[in-house]
Design a protein around this ligand. Structure first.
Ligand code: GDP
Ligand code: MG
Length: 597
């Protein structure tokens, strides 16, 4: 294809502002997908994405568009995830395109993730076309939101395109703006092949599928290629474009985006950001690579039923085939038996993985407290990365502990500002900045990541009735007064509940955990003490009193079916319980006990 007839772009938006719906309309209005095959959010292929309405993996589609100038253009749309956890995927797919549509909900305005995503687009050198979506809504105020975009982002919004992705209003203007306002890609067809590995995923039928953006040269089916970073060599089996189904193509030239298969065994054999070139006539230098994504949140995953361990291993290995950002290693817990310690890009990522394991592989899992990675500076000068509070060495060997900090950006209507400041203050936050745009406040905080990983986002949403938006990035490590708190149930430490906490907050936290566990653990035939301790020092204590009667006692002589029902219900409950010494703890206790309110 002639370079001047290609436009590559992505869509950036805050979650729910209509990115996927707009992508659907662009695909549909150009006849790329026949109406009968059209379903909502076509590019969001995973079940969980559809249900939660979020986009997890970046996806791409090639659209043929006959423009008003009489020429037919090839438009390559790369859809990117909107959530903070997947910022890394956003940044890499941005490098494969030249422009972005910035979608802002005209009834809402700029939100925290709008900012984070648009900055990524600007970093990648994109030309940006602002689009005001949802103008069909009575609450839409395009003029206010235009001013808001100029105020907060500093981007000229005078030519912003008003649309409704829902009704289709304004879609032709968006297509035309892509052609007239976004730049064509550049590249040299006669130069040696230089292509960027944008993404790769595992397809059960095709094996590993690799998505590339060609910078220079031409790639054809049958070519012998080399990945410059890993040094791996492959023959191209199949070359295709996504429309969005895989459609074979003879070659891909400069500026084009497509996929290939090449009998690659696992996704881990491909490295996003790697440069692909011809084995025989390689290009002189590689493209600047990407840093691999680092997991920042860790937790243990254990089967509720120990007999499911092998199934869990199998499921985790299958999932990892398709998600190179997820790490795992075997873990044994005194309390929970065999399981895995897994690393994630963030909490949403953790939840998505856990849900997929439970749903797609039909497993019942216990998730232990999410933990961040601490740096333990030992007295002998060495530094240990602590992923699991249960592995904490004897404190007498530790000189000091550092924890990861983040810079959080929160946007909120000013009536909720007080609640937000209180929440951040309670989580050991340090306020960095506070500005206003209209009646919305934008506040920046320096916070410890460990105060955010568990339920910060939920709390933020609930104290602001859903009106706050939030984004964060890691800024570095800082020393603080951190201690390991253990929880003992019936005098036995439950390693899955141990955590690192700030010394000043340990008592309050310990008391809360004990109170929660008291409610969550059912009564037994004997009395159960629940204690929180730092080392040998007990800092909080509760007691579950002994049960007086058999639960079925009151049914004696009564209705037999009622009694059976009660027993069945107990058995059902048992499935989700784990035995700790003499005490049974319900699975839900592990998560609920850690929620702070
Ligand atoms: P994304 O998270 O940015 O991908 O947003 P979606 O495309 O999933 O849209 C979020 C919600 O807004 C969905 O319920 C859509 O149906 C709705 N929506 C999207 N565009 C419009 C629009 O133009 N008008 C109205 N009224 N609703 C819209
Ligand atoms: Mg979406």
């Amino acid at each position: 294809t002639d370079l001047s007839l290609i436009r590559n772009f992505s869509i950036v938006a805050h979650i729910d502002h209509g990115k996927s719906t707009l992508a659907d309309r662009l695909i549909q209005s150009t006849g790329t997908v026949a109406d009968r095959d059209m379903k909502a959010q076509l590019l969001d292929s995973m079940d969980i994405e559809r249900e939660r309405g979020i986009t997890i993996k970046a996806n791409t589609v090639r659209i043929d568009y006959p423009a008003r100038d009489g020429k037919t253009y090839v438009l390559n749309l790369i859809d990117t995830p909107g959530h903070v956890d997947f910022a890394y995927e956003v940044s890499r797919s941005m490098r494969a395109v030249e422009g972005s549509l910035l979608v802002v909900d005209a009834s809402q305005g700029v939100e925290a993730q709008t900012l984070a995503n648009v900055y990524q687009a600007l970093d990648a050198g994109h030309e940006i076309v602002p689009v005001l979506n949802k103008i069909d809504l009575p609450a839409a105020d395009p003029d206010r939101v235009k001013a808001n975009i100029e105020d907060v982002i500093g981007l000229d919004a005078s030519d912003a395109i008003p649309i409704s992705a829902k009704t289709g209003l304004g879609i032709p203007d968006v297509l035309e703006a892509i052609v007239t306002r976004l730049p064509a890609p550049k590249g040299d067809r006669d130069a040696p092949l230089k292509a960027m590995l944008v993404d790769s995923w595992y397809d059960p039928y095709l094996g590993v599928v690799v998505m590339i953006r060609v910078m220079d040269g031409v790639i054809r089916k049958g070519d012998q290629i080399k990945m410059m970073q890993t040094g791996a060599r492959y023959g191209i089996d199949r070359l295709a474009v996504l429309t969005p189904k895989m459609t074979d193509i003879a070659e891909l030239g400069p500026g084009e985006i497509g996929v290939f298969t090449a009998s690659i065994k696992q996704v881990r054999d491909t490295r996003v950001g790697d440069t692909i070139t011809h084995e025989r006539k390689p290009c002189a230098e590689a493209l600047p690579g990407f840093k691999p994504a680092q997991p920042v949140v860790f937790c243990g995953l254990f089967p509720v039923d120990a007999a499911d361990f092998e199934s869990l291993r199998d499921a985790i290995e299958k999932l990892a085939l398709n998600d190179a950002s997820f790490s795992y290693e075997m873990e044994t817990s005194a309390a929970l038996g065999f399981g895995f310690r897994c690393g994630f890009l963030g909490l949403l990522h953790l939840e998505v993985v856990r849900e997929r394991l439970e749903r797609e592989f039909d497993l019942d899992l216990i998730t232990t407290a999410p933990s961040v990675v601490y740096h333990l500076h030992m007295k002998d000068g060495s530094v240990i990365d602590l992923h699991n509070p249960a592995d904490m060495p004897d404190v007498t060997y530790i000189d000091h502990i550092e924890e990861p900090r983040i810079k959080a950006t929160i946007m909120v209507p000013d009536e909720y500002l007080g609640d937000i400041l209180k929440l951040c203050q309670d989580r050991r936050g340090i306020q960095l900045n506070l500005t206003y745009a209209g009646n919305r406040a934008m506040v920046e905080y320096d916070l410890p990541l460990n105060e955010v990983v568990f339920d910060f986002y939920d709390r933020l949403k609930s104290v602001t009735k859903g009106y706050a938006s939030f984004d964060y990035h890691l800024t570095g490590y800082r020393e603080d007064n951190l201690v390991k708190m253990s929880i003992l149930v019936n005098a036995e430490p439950v390693d899955a509940l141990s955590m690192l906490v700030h010394r000043d907050r340990a008592e309050a936290r310990g008391r809360m955990m004990c109170e929660k566990l008291k409610e969550l653990i059912p009564r037994h035939m004997f009395q159960i003490p629940i204690q929180a301790a730092i080392g040998a020092k007990v800092i909080a204590r509760e007691t579950i009193s002994a049960m007086r009667k058999d639960v079925t006692a009151k049914c004696y002589g009564g209705d037999a079916t009622r009694k059976r029902k009660l027993l069945d219900k107990q058995k059902e409950g048992k499935k989700r319980m784990r035995q700790f010494g003499k005490v049974e703890i319900p699975q839900t206790a592990f998560i609920s006990a850690l929620k702070m309110d």
